[in-house]
Design a protein around this ligand. Sequence first.
Ligand code: CA
Length: 692
Amino acid sequence: MGRRFRNHSGVMGMIAQIRPGLAVGFLLLVAACSQGPDPRNWASTGRSWDEQHFSPLGLINADTVDELGLTWFADLNTDRGQEATPLVVDGVLYNTEPWNITTAYNAATGEQLWRYDPQVPLRFGRLACCDIVTRGLGFHAGESGGKVIIGALDGRLIALDAASGEEVWSMQTTDPADRYTITGAPRVYGDRILIGNGGAEMGVRGYVSAYDANSGELLWRWYTVPGNPADGFENAAMEAAAETWSGTWWQSGGGGTVWDAISYDPELDLVYIGTGNGSPWARKFRSPEGGDNLYLASIVALDGATGEYRWHYQTTPGEEWDYTATQQMVLADIEIDGVTRQVIMQAPKNGFFYVLDRATGELISAETIAPINWASGIDMETGRPIENPEARYGTIPVMVSPGAGGAHNWNPMAYSPATGLVYVPVTETYMAYAAAESYQPGRGLGTAFAGHDDIRREIADYADANSKGWLSAWDPVTQSERWRVPYAQKGSGGVLATAGNLVFQGTIGTTFAAYRADNGEKVWEMPVQNVPIAAPITYMVDDEQYIAVNAGWGGGLAHVERSAYSNLHLGPPRLLVFKLGGSAQLPPMPEESFVVPELSPPPAPEADDETVARGEALYGENCAICHGNAARGGVKDLRHMSPATHAAFAEIVLGGSRAANGMASFADVLTDEESQDIHHYLIARANEDWGD
Ligand code: CA
């Protein structure tokens, strides 16, 4: 083996490429997939509605992968996080980028067929907590021709004619005056489109909506947290949920946004949604008497036709660490204790790997996939975490693990029915959590990102020394790790598993790599000048199999902790496409990416302590979410502003002069004086750390 049989086509051709042992398993898989989507296409973000991120294609396999090479690439428009999983339908690749710029290419040659820019108003850049990203598209194969479905950052759901890129319909799924954004991929299940939204850092109330793919008409909507009881509850689930909240939670939205994961079981006609964190983060400010605050940080099953509540499992009751359960949910039928179970699996931010019965919501098992300290396990009698009381923070910072980035975040994991393993990008993280002194609805997270800097520095040092990332092959039956690939630091990408006994992942070492799915042996790796944080896909055109991935560092990790990644030398963000025998070459790395930017010393501090303290508080409320805890790192490290940036500070913060980069104007919430106070605080911070 190890040769390509270019004349073979179709499934039998693929099987011919695989060693006998695998071929048997592969045949079974093809049989199992015969009811599923065409294996040549990748028409939904997880390929199939079960979100397995698994492909039955096996021409590229553990024996042939050494011949894998780049065959075409496309430069991407925006130098921000590229989190999108592309789609491929019948030889056309559809890609989408920050600001929802969407493109169609000939999937074999890379010829661009069309480009569509929905002209998202730049002010929405400020409302996206974790970069102006998009995680992908939906595809509707309707009778009147295919449609590409975009969930735009500004809350629009847009259907494009797949052939021409012309708009067919557009629906506003959110109140554009409110602080919602969409970053998740729309899911298309038959003629239904499911879409959620983000904004739990901004004081919104989460919900998911179903739209008719042909007309764009709203079919149903399900809120994840209760609104003001005085307005009446939408349904019995909201009434039940209200019992688990106290105070006037609706004034701060409550959160629970469905910003990424949705799965669907067509036989049960159940839609599964993963819900996000509380708004604000600190529970005492949204529900002063405590409580579980349903349905935050939960997996919720809804009736596909009506959106009615069926069951829920709350991963983090009374959530206050940004422990979203929005991470991808994989559906599979696996044998546990001799019985085939219909399961739903999730590794949410909180560090546990959950296996539930997807018909009933019964918890089957849960174990930690990384070292954590907020809980010591799950009480299987009650299904509740055994919490470490110290993790429930007051105003003095405490170190909690995982941090808000989570032990596993949006980067898709993959499940291989051939190996029975789930391949999870895992992160070990630590973060300082502290409650703010006070909170006003709509302003900040109710947590402090500055103050007690001695404690924060200690926690940051510990976090820097102990944070790491790895690819874990997790056995969901035994709830244990089968193998792992350790990385030099956290931040590696989403995962693809294939019937070729391969697992593909972009690495924080600016490479794209393939491992044997059964034992983790690295069988292929290529430098790609950037970090492919998105999930790879695979597809076939004619008789050739392709692998595609977006490579562009950014997103939440870069936002919050960019300084931890100052060793990364990054080339332009690109869509990369590989095939066996591919011989395309990337242009040489731009020279400037190797040059350490000349750092100018900060201006001398001239403000009094009171001004700096005011600036610190304002920074925490308005800036920290993107520019880092105590201004350490972030999307741009503000301790390292150039003299030109210092001079243009007000123009940037209030004038919106860098809105196209995602830094929209704050003139609606900050006065001139407040902007100056923040500037003084940053100058003070820069002087404190100058020389570090
Ligand atoms: Ca969040």
